[in-house]
Design a protein around this ligand. Structure first.
Ligand SMILES: Cc1cc2nc3c(=O)[nH]c(=O)nc-3n(C[C@H](O)[C@H](O)[C@H](O)COP(=O)(O)O)c2cc1C
Length: 203
């Protein structure tokens, strides 16, 4: 398996898409561009709130979407939706929805929402709702790692006024988080963590 194998998911059955490049426009040499050691990507990821004023290539974005869609979901029902916010006015509304955090005006803004109605399982509503929260969260986490593998940087926004964000997106889906993506203005070192021995509780 090569990283570019994910192209088969990106372009399958979407020959007429206007949004993203056609298969024949897929970049060559992508396997050389990507950081593909998963553990290095995880270790070196660091939240960044200052982005270069530079667009993210469509093919990178499409790869991030395809990566998000590889995440496990409850029952395989994909109980989440991704809003790719391009409209500058909507971005400004999302800043307000996110407690006025200015970096929500990032080059790429993705809102991961819960869609419990997709999860056709015979469990109580609160369980289905919880599944959809986890579906959206996992998809965002996969997208965040993929972004870093592609040389991008990100910040996860969890401080969201749900109602304001839903009004901004004009949706009934409740947002779980906003992922802000872009090229980093400067490299930051990963943050220190507590000792693994303090984190792991053997019982
Ligand atoms: C659930 C969650 C909510 C977060 N909410 C925000 C937020 O609203 N604003 C923000 O600037 N960062 C937010 N972050 C990013 C964290 O501040 C950041 O991940 C943390 O400081 C660790 O730094 P690192 O990502 O560089 O390892 C959030 C992260 C998570 C996982």
């Amino acid at each position: 398996m090569y990283p570019s194998d994910i192209f088969s998911r990106m372009y399958a059955d979407e020959k007429d898409t206007k949004l993203y490049p056609k298969k024949e426009e897929a970049p060559s040499g992508v396997d050389d561009i990507l950081q593909t050691n998963l553990f290095n990507v995880m270790l070196n990821r660091r939240s960044q709130r200052k982005f270069e004023d530079r667009e993210i290539e469509d093919w990178k974005l499409e790869m991030i979407f395809a990566a998000a869609d590889t995440a496990p979901t409850a029952g395989g029902f994909q109980g989440f939706e991704i809003y790719h916010v391009k409209n500058p006015d909507v971005k400004l509304k999302l800043i307000q929805a996110a407690n006025n955090q200015p970096y929500v005006n990032a080059p790429v803004v993705l809102v991961f929402c819960m869609n419990p109605s997709r999860i056709k399982m015979n469990f109580p509503h609160h369980i289905i709702k919880k599944f959809s929260v986890q579906d959206a969260t996992l998809a965002a986490a996969y997208a965040q790692l993929a972004a870093h593998a592609l040389g991008l940087t990100s910040v996860w926004i969890g401080m969201i006024d749900e109602q304001k964000a839903m009004q901004a997106l004009v949706t009934d889906f409740v947002p779980g988080c906003i992922l802000c993506l872009g090229y980093s203005q400067k490299m930051l070192h990963p943050k220190p963590k507590r000792k693994l021995t303090d984190l792991i509780h053997e019982i």
